[in-house]
Design a protein around this ligand. Structure first.
Ligand code: PLP
Length: 409
């Protein structure tokens, strides 16, 4: 895999920011889009655009084929048994909300437990808080180890016979921790619970096989894997999806509508009320083609190497604190530079053309656990190189000199 050659496929990356060549290190927030994805969306709007599942005319059937073809690609990409188990959503947030509203609220009773962790993104935390409040269920947390990992002993101890749902990220967007999902799924199932996996940060970076992991629900966000914004997917086991009531009602999702009652279409369409994100699905399909051509294993290997290099380079900067495990992590490094506020760090880096994230990363409970109000985060993707990491490290040294920081003790 040649990241420099791949970078040439991304038009946006070839520009100067504040007089410096752009180094884009905010990929955990959203990735950039290759030419093939941009072209697929353009071609769709220039040639095929129509509404899906309704028109009998040629454009209508082309648009439907493109949309349903993208669903087939997502199913193959995740190794889902059937494309009817893939629901198109706006992203991971919507997908998790569908499960929390459609499954959790419909099945949980007072005294039931939902088990999550404090490393969850708000998208995999607030829907469960709300479901617990609405049903009388209890929210429980698997404790975090000092390096930001969890142990299987703690999973065994936290998940009980009362637990009905375990909801957890495959990879943390702050710590980079990769959770042992297959083993957690085994524990959850043995105790009679289902497992819901937030795949926003894993799907773009490593090969995912929902059958091998034996997860009940799995989510992804297209924009974090070279696809467009506004499109994502929810995978679910067929029986669970069959038993779930839709949560959005209207056009497209119905079978028969009477004056006082209605029936729903079969899977997956009963969950896709209204006109869907057709061009978004087409773009996501093109993104999957692009990623499959490179190979997810190659992408993962590249990011592991780059992250290890970044950890080495950044650790050498006096007073810089890196959070999260040193090994077994996805391609991001979350850090603080002494007592300099991360927003100031990100602002100075931007003057050097380097884009990093700063803030709470939609993980406020995790910030509290880290005992910080915010952090900076550099996150990598297939087009980043050691040169990008060098630019980051050099600019961080300049930032440190600029602020004359006090190291955090
Ligand atoms: N979960 C994790 C771990 C994330 O990193 C994100 C986005 O940053 C989300 C969920 C939410 O994804 P989206 O905003 O695409 O719905």
């Amino acid at each position: 895999m040649d990241p420099i050659a791949l970078k040439s496929e991304f038009p946006i990356l070839h520009q100067e920011i504040n007089g410096h060549p752009l180094v884009y290190l905010d990929n955990a927030a959203t990735t950039q889009k290759p030419r093939s994805v941009i072209e697929a969306i353009k071609r769709y709007y220039e040639w095929d655009n129509a509404n899906v599942h309704r028109g009998v005319h040629t454009l209508g059937s082309r648009a439907t084929d493109a949309y349903e073809g993208a669903r087939e690609k997502v199913a193959r990409f995740l190794n889902a048994p059937a494309s009817r188990q893939i629901i198109f959503t706006r992203g991971t947030t919507t997908a998790l909300n569908i499960v929390a509203s459609g499954y959790a609220r419909q099945t949980l009773r007072e005294g039931d437990e939902i088990v999550i962790t404090a490393m969850e993104h708000h998208s995999n935390l607030i829907p469960w808080q709300q479901a617990a409040k609405a049903t009388g269920a209890t929210l429980k947390y698997i404790p975090l180890q000092p390096d930001g990992t969890i142990t299987l002993e703690d999973v065994e101890a936290t998940v009980t016979a009362k637990t009905k749902i375990v909801a957890i990220a495959y990879a943390s967007n702050v710590l980079g921790t990769i959770n042992p999902i297959a083993k957690i799924a085994e524990i959850a199932h043995r105790k009679g619970a289902i497992i819901v996996v937030d795949g926003a940060q894993s799907t773009p970076h490593m090969k995912v096989d929902v059958q091998a992991l034996d997860v009940d629900f799995y989510t992804l966000s297209g924009h974090k894997m070279c696809g467009p914004t506004g499109i994502g997917a929810l995978y679910g086991k067929e029986q669970l999806l069959e038993n779930m009531e839709p949560i959005e009602f209207g056009g497209e999702m119905i079978d028969f509508v009477e004056l006082y009652d209605s029936t729903w279409k079969e899977l997956p369409w009963k969950f896709e009320g209204g006109t869907p994100m057709i061009a978004g699905a087409v773009g996501l399909g093109a993104a999957i083609d692009f990623l499959e051509q490179i190979g997810l294993d190659n992408i993962h290997e590249h990011e592991i190497k780059l992250t290890q290099y970044a950890i080495e380079r950044l650790s050498a900067i006096e007073g810089l604190t890196i959070y999260g495990p040193r090994k077994e992590r996805v391609g991001l490094v979350t850090f603080n530079l002494g007592d300099v506020h991360p927003h100031d760090v990100a602002t100075v880096l931007d003057t050097e053309g380097i884009a990093v994230r700063a803030g709470h990363h939609c993980a406020q409970p995790l910030m509290r656990w880290l005992k910080v109000s915010a952090t900076a985060r550099a996150s990598f993707y297939l087009y980043n190189t050691e040169h990008d990491v060098d630019r980051l490290a050099e600019s961080l040294v300049k930032t440190k000199e600029f602020f004359g920081y006090e190291p955090i003790r």
